[in-house]
Design a protein around this ligand. Structure first.
Ligand code: SAH
Length: 300
């Protein structure tokens, strides 16, 4: 019989894991090259899709690098854990970030780190650049929810599911610039004015079944930023472990955390089913050999 991830079993597994980078990365924390390599590659991938987000003028820059449009850029960090991706990848580039994470100890740790302002969380606090100029204070919200129940279009309204009796979404914390105008989380956002520029999904999506994943991707696609003609401008990045296509149906089930590792072909089939277009596929380089190959897919 096909095994499906169970929401509660997954959450219980992570609730018993240390709320640290080492914990969320299964022992490959700051004592290993993994977090740095991962964050660097993700930032470069994002900048290849949205070059105007660059905070520095690269030495090899051509005059064709477009200037950053004068508006707020928004990102969503899915299955955020303690906010490692938000801190090291998203907050340095985007003006506002929403985090979604179901485990109480993880959202608590994320809030604590955000308040302390370490690493990229410093963007949520007033500070000056080298020339003494005040830098813009960014903003973040932490939502406590599973992705099965989260709708990026209207975050405060839980998605009903057949598998969980009582889906809940809680706004756990609002941090940083309190003047930032988030779209009303109770009603559907307007993708032209308020859509997400990036929806980042990393190392968590094995907790969703194929149907749940396709549904979440469809909801996400609708919440991406569009231009006035309705053309999608935002991106979804899925960055996940991959198993071999030769595994059973391209899927490996892990009983311990009740998650599936999908193969490249299995991911592509779900993306197609969700109606997404694959723009770019990148294999993460430099990780320890014993890990599953990690692949980043950029989608619209
Ligand atoms: N993306 C983070 C965390 C990875 S650890 C990072 O790269 O650092 C995996 C995360 O998935 C954990 O925080 C776990 O609580 C979360 N998770 C488990 N089930 C989930 C679900 N149904 N929806 C969203 N996130 C989930």
């Amino acid at each position: 019989m096909e095994q499906k991830p169970d929401f509660e079993t997954g959450v219980n597994y992570w609730a018993n894991t240390e709320a640290s980078v080492n914990g969320v990365l299964g022992g490959y924390g700051e004592g290993t090259p993994v977090p740095r390599l991962d964050a660097t590659s993700s930032r470069l991938l994002i900048l290849s899709l949205m070059p105007y987000l660059s905070t520095i003028i690269p030495p090899h820059s051509s005059s064709t690098t477009p200037p950053r449009p004068k508006r707020a850029f928004r990102a969503l960090d899915c299955g955020a854990g303690i906010g490692r991706v938000t801190s090291t990848v998203l907050l340095p580039l985007f003006d506002s970030v929403d985090l979604v994470e179901p485990v109480p100890s993880f959202v608590k740790q994320a809030k604590k780190d955000a308040v302390a302002g370490k690493q990229g969380w410093k963007n949520l606090h007033p500070r000056k650049d080298e020339d003494g100029e005040e830098l813009q204070v960014k903003s973040a919200r932490i939502w406590r929810a599973g992705l099965q129940h989260f709708n990026p279009l209207s975050p405060a309204v839980p998605v009903p599911t057949s598998s969980t009796s009582n889906p809940s979404v809680e706004l756990f914390a609002s941090l940083g610039n309190s003047d930032f105008k988030f779209p009303n989380p109770e009603s559907e956002l307007d993708p032209t004015e308020e859509g997400y520029d990036l929806i980042m999904i990393q190392w968590c999506i094995g907790h969703l079944s194929d149907e749940e994943l396709a549904d979440f991707l469809r909801r996400s696609q609708k919440a991406l930023r569009r231009n006035k003609d309705g053309k999608v401008e935002g991106h979804i990045i899925v960055k996940e472990n991959t198993c071999k296509d030769e595994e059973q149906d391209g899927r490996l089930f892990d009983d311990e955390d009740s998650s599936i590792t999908r193969s490249d072909a299995a991911f592509k089939a779900v993306f197609k089913h969700a109606g997404l277009r694959l723009l770019k596929r990148e294999v993460q380089q430099g990780f320890p050999k014993e890990l599953f190959p990690v692949v980043a897919y950029a989608l619209q």
